[in-house]
Design a protein around this ligand. Sequence first.
Ligand code: BGC
Length: 271
Amino acid sequence: MAKTNDGVLKGQRALVTGSSSGIGREVVKEMAKAGASVVVNYRRGGDKANEVVQEIKDAGGEAIALQADVSKEDEVQDMFKKMIEVYGSIDILVNNAGLQRDAAFHEMTLEQWNSVISVDLGGQFLCSREAVREFLRRGMVPELSSAMGKIICMSSVHDGIPWAGHANYAASKGGVSMMMKTLAQELAPNRIRANAISPGAIKTDINKSVWGTPEGMKGLLTLIPYGRIGEVSDIAKAAVWLASDESDYVTGATLYVDGGMMLYPSFRTGG
Ligand code: BGC
């Protein structure tokens, strides 16, 4: 059996924002399993982050937990500084931290709008900028990867599907998509790759109010041609591939991991 540090990310250093729970938690664990030394970033709830660190260490991996609110420039810069102190540099950034603050359009407060935009889009900008600065400072490390650095932006099917009651969230994900593509275009000559993963409905706390009841789950499944809700492992495997040299020629791409949610399933019987 392959040892943990024999994986496709052997020797690389990965930061996964918002990785004490949900999708991020599985992504960070899968990256560690693939051989990366990882940072488990969290905003609140250090206990959960420490638990993830312990799980990774128990499995033979390397991990530390670092607290930072990704919407705060000084906290993000401080987190990168600490990561570089401990691991020497960064090779992989997964911009995963995100939240929803749902409201009907005409009732949405500026605070609800700003809190989502500043974390889900602003946080991705701040972390990507620090990662790119470090990639450029450090240069290529050919024994670790064919790319100078890799950035994976966690987006959503709502970078394309409008979503009533979630204008702030859909706007942030649409923004993530264009930020990622612009970043990819601008930095491809430096061999920095940027891609996005757009999950559909994945079973986590963020959408528990929907899948948590039989009626909710039934309604949700009408939107998923593949006939099942997504699991965090579906996303984590895609993230490891996008971070590895297996996807070396892929940049500026969005990988929809959504059981076909983007395929307009209501048109199977209409139109
Ligand atoms: C949202 C989930 C939702 C899914 C599909 C995700 O981006 O965070 O709450 O279930 O999109 O609509």
